[in-house]
Design a protein around this ligand. Structure first.
Ligand SMILES: *Cc1c(COP(=O)(O)O)cnc(C)c1O
Length: 404
């Protein structure tokens, strides 16, 4: 009982609860220890540089590795079906570490033209400033993706479903296009979670998640992770993660470990509530359009059915006068929090104004990119992260706040 139990062949709920964990050999504690120590007592043969570090070496310093963080990484790898995982202080720390690890001056990357706002903004400014060329493309348009690749393209970076549009990219097709050009494919799978989609099994080379969202699930800890092959992640940990220093706090790792135990159950409930809320919104007279991968009206519903085993809990919708409706909802909502972020047990809703986002975050050069944006976003969208409250209460709150 004291040693880790073999996890291969176990079901997803068993993995979510037990993978990466084992009773503490010193005390028999059943729940994982929270090890806050930043340093570890070592032997005189321990080196002071990470250069000679091996993954199996004893713990030295928490930025290099920590028992609680390792448990989190092992659980995440088991859930994603990945050989290896490196955890970070936030989703953005994971994304920027991956970009800096795979790209150097003179390289080119293709990045989804609509991605998490901070990823979009960093790839608009920070990375070109380092001599890394970036092309922003609608990666849901496979012809456009193919045309964006160049001889020096090293990375294709997609998000599916993408934040905030809920537009999907076909992962196996994108992997084929990237690999034909000898580029790696990275997928930000934050909206899907490993319960819906396992991008590595569909041909991706790297997966990233913001752990702050569904994986932590409770809105109380920032975190991020990069997952992939051990041969890729060992140098990423050594050369990028440790030296850039975006290490996750063991306390956050511990909170996220605890959140992960219920991920499969939570995702089922998020999907169930989101389907009910989406059906309510589709029938509401003030609502012009609802986008949810689980609705037959989603423009890529067939792809969603192919690629997602769970439609997750995020809905977008549009109303006739978005800013006015936003002011009313922020004022009147009682259960749903008018707030950014997503994937928490609490329902969260926030209005994203189209023209504002196009100024600050998304540079859509081609007319076709604008068309796709307008198809999904209209003049602006409410991003609604449907929580785990009773569906009837969520719907009643929306109904009273929307009014007529
Ligand atoms: C939130 C989010 C991120 C960034 O994660 P943080 O933990 O906030 O740094 C990246 N990608 C997606 C899709 C997100 O929703």
């Amino acid at each position: 009982m004291k040693n880790k139990q073999p996890m291969s062949g176990r079901g997803v709920q068993t993995l979510a609860i037990h993978a990466g964990e084992s009773p503490d050999p010193a005390t028999g504690a059943s729940a994982p220890n929270l090890v806050m120590s930043t340093t570890f007592v070592v032997g005189a043969d321990t080196g002071f540089s990470v250069e000679g570090m091996n993954e199996t070496d004893p713990f030295v310093y928490t930025r290099w590795g920590n028992p609680t963080i390792r448990q989190l990484e092992e659980k995440l790898a088991a859930l994603e079906g990945a050989e290896s995982a490196v955890a970070f202080a936030s989703g953005m720390a994971a994304a920027t570490a991956l970009l800096l690890h795979t790209l150097k001056a003179g390289d080119h990357a293709v990045v989804s033209d609509v991605a998490y706002a901070a990823v979009s903004e960093a790839t608009n400014e920070l990375f070109p400033g380092l001599g890394i060329e970036i092309t922003k493309t609608d990666t849901s348009d496979l012809d456009a993706l193919g045309e964006a690749l160049r001889p020096n393209t090293r990375l294709v970076y997609i998000e599916t479903p993408c934040n905030p549009l809920l537009r999907l990219t076909d992962i196996p097709a994108a992997a084929k296009i990237a690999h034909n050009a000898r580029a790696a494919l990275a997928v930000d799978s934050t909206f899907a979670t490993p319960i819906a989609t396992k991008p590595l099994s569909l041909g991706a080379d790297f997966v990233i998640h913001s752990l702050t969202k569904y994986l932590g699930g409770h809105g109380d800890a920032l975190g991020g992770v990069v997952l992939g092959r051990a041969a890729d992640l060992a140098p990423l940990r050594k050369k990028t993660a440790i030296r850039l220093g975006g290490a996750i706090s063991p306390f956050n790792a511990w909170l996220i470990l605890r959140g992960l135990a219920t991920l499969p159950l939570r995702m089922k409930a998020h999907e169930e509530n989101a389907l009910r809320a989406a059906a309510f919104l589709e029938n509401h007279p003030l609502v012009k359009k609802v986008i949810y991968p689980g609705l037959p009206s989603h423009p890529q519903h067939a792809l969603a059915r192919r690629q997602m085993r769970n439609f997750s809990g995020i809905i977008t919708f549009q109303t006739a006068n978005g800013r006015e409706t936003a002011a009313r909802l922020a004022e009147r909502l009682r259960i749903i929090h008018y707030a950014v972020s997503l994937g928490h047990h609490r329902s969260l809703l926030f209005y994203l104004h189209g023209e504002d986002l196009l100024k600050t975050s998304f540079k859509l050069a081609a007319p076709k990119q604008r068309e796709s944006w307008e198809q999904f976003a209209g003049e602006g969208i409410f991003r609604f992260s449907v929580g785990l409250e009773d569906a009837a209460d969520i719907i009643a709150d929306l109904e009273q706040a929307l009014g007529q």
